[in-house]
Design a protein around this ligand. Structure first.
Ligand code: GSH
Length: 235
């Protein structure tokens, strides 16, 4: 039995982390038996991040390495895709995880109105007298990393303009398909779906969440991907 080490449910989602939700989708799609173990503290993990899976007494960190492990066990996430589609799928995964994701980070950690909900959710395991201190320190670290990464220097309007072509690219693929690469889910859906879900479930309303919510194609897609988690979807 594989164990997914994940952040707990948050904001109505399987987990507060879209990468943990991605890992849950990959595990589901693999058909292997798995269970979840929740933690808010990733410091003992190989990369000090989650998700991680425990399988055959080893810890496998990083959702991409989890994917490789599951493929080595026989999972075929992109079964039936052409080589051209597989290469496009790789680009969509990177677009979601290396671009869309950082907008979600900013929406969650930068906005003063969203901050109390984020602090009380992410730092729930820190004793109350220390919580603000610890949470504020981590917040400063993340916001300074976002300055270095670059997106932290954009205004909200500039950020939305930068996201627009990405969202249009996703919508274009969904005009004729239930999922990004056809009628059945593939690896790209496990990455893109959770990022869109995370964007609309972040506390408070953001330019990104409003933009997604007003698009019926994206909202229908988010719902279809969330349903892939079946009973595990409920938070
Ligand atoms: N590349 C990693 C990203 C995982 C990741 O960024 N996890 C975040 C939560 S969404 C985390 O655990 N952050 C804790 C930290 O950076 O201290 C993957 O694909 O699994």
């Amino acid at each position: 039995m594989i164990t997914l080490l994940t952040y707990p449910p948050a904001f109505g989602q399987f987990s507060g982390s879209p990468f943990c939700i991605k890992a849950a989708h990959l595990l589901n799609l693999s058909g292997l038996r798995w269970t979840r173990e929740d933690t808010l503290d990733p410091r003992m993990m190989p990369h000090q991040k989650l998700p991680v899976i425990r399988a055959e007494d080893q810890l496998i960190a990083d959702s991409d390495m989890i994917r490789s492990y599951l493929e080595a066990q026989g999972a075929a996430f992109d079964h039936g895709l052409t080589e051209m589609d597989k290469s496009t799928s790789r680009a969509f995964i990177r677009m979601a995880e290396e671009h869309l994701y950082f907008h979600i980070v900013l929406d969650r950690w930068e906005d003063d109105l969203a901050w109390p909900a984020i602090r009380e959710t992410y730092f729930a395991s820190v004793p109350r007298p220390l919580r603000r201190l610890v949470a504020n320190r981590v917040r400063r670290k993340i916001l300074s990393a976002m300055q270095v990464q670059g997106l932290g220097r954009f205004t909200p309007a500039e950020r939305l303009a930068r996201l627009e072509p990405d969202l249009e690219a996703i919508v274009t693929r969904l005009w004729q398909n239930r999922f990004l690469f056809g009628e059945t889910p593939s690896a790209a859906d496990a990455s893109v779906g959770p990022m869109l879900s995370a964007a609309i479930s972040s506390p408070g309303e953001t330019a990104l969440s409003s933009r997604i919510r007003e698009n019926a194609v994206l909202m229908g897609y988010i719902d279809r991907v969330e349903q892939m988690l079946g009973d595990r979807r409920a938070a």
